[in-house]
Design a protein around this ligand. Sequence first.
Ligand code: A2P
Length: 298
Amino acid sequence: MEHTGTTATPDVPSIPLTDSVSIPQVGFGVFQISASTTQQAVEQALEIGYRHIDTAAAYYNEREVGDALKATGMTGKVFVTSKLRNCDQGYDAARVALDTTLNNLGLDHLDLYLIHWPFPAVDQYVETWKALLEIQQEGTIRAGGVSNFLPEHLQRLIDETGKTPAINQLEVHPSFSQTETLKFCKEHGIVVEAYSPLGHGSDMKAEPIQQAAEAHDVTPAQVVLRWHVQSGRIVIPKSTHAERMRQNLDVFSFELTDEEMQSISALHDPANRVGADPATFVQSQSWANQKSRGNIPD
Ligand code: A2P
């Protein structure tokens, strides 16, 4: 890869997930980065100062994330999240899936392992959660959590296992802020991690965001990411451009006013989802399925 010069690691705060595990508030997301580009992008992100990488078995680039960690000597020094595919749900299948993920990443344990979707159509998420709780006890994952879980799914995990997930990763951006799920998470002490934090780039044109960017002499992307972190969320923006990666990590040296925060939150409209609806998402997430849906670029 082309090196861009040494950059001091920006000071990124961490948020506690358990008594012993904290997650850096900004991570580098690799959804829809092709396998052929992933190693270079992750190496660049690590060089810029990211110390938290978010991947998933269903992104089909775990191996390249592992290659980047190895090539940079960062294996074991970076917070790594991966996720369990829908087709791997179930108590026994979850253990096999984790082994494959660890093997791909070249790791002997994961910092955070998430159930990628509730996939209510097959109704296996409680069994899968039980497996994750056991694996966490055994130490192969430091923390377990969920992604795309709505209040009804979270409530069921709590009712049937007595254990509340530490974290829920879901689509949140200014024009789609899932207010009910966020409220439930807050009430139950569940940390929220925002995916598509920039709304795939679409939210940045909104007027309150443009105005705040001008007022603070930062970019619209930095305003949106600052709105998330100032609300206590974790963010995992994706970019394949070094300058944007740098900007996206640099969101701790300015503060939005209460008015700016409110005017950005007011952009919410339930019609603005950019991803799938967890209540109805029934895809297997096999390679062929992901490829056919355009989630694995060439
Ligand atoms: P690119 O990868 O070409 O930089 P999200 O994380 O919400 O899914 O948004 C990702 C999209 O936003 C990608 O298209 C990415 O493009 C773009 N993006 C990421 N960071 C920035 C930034 N700082 N400024 C403008 N666009 C960005």
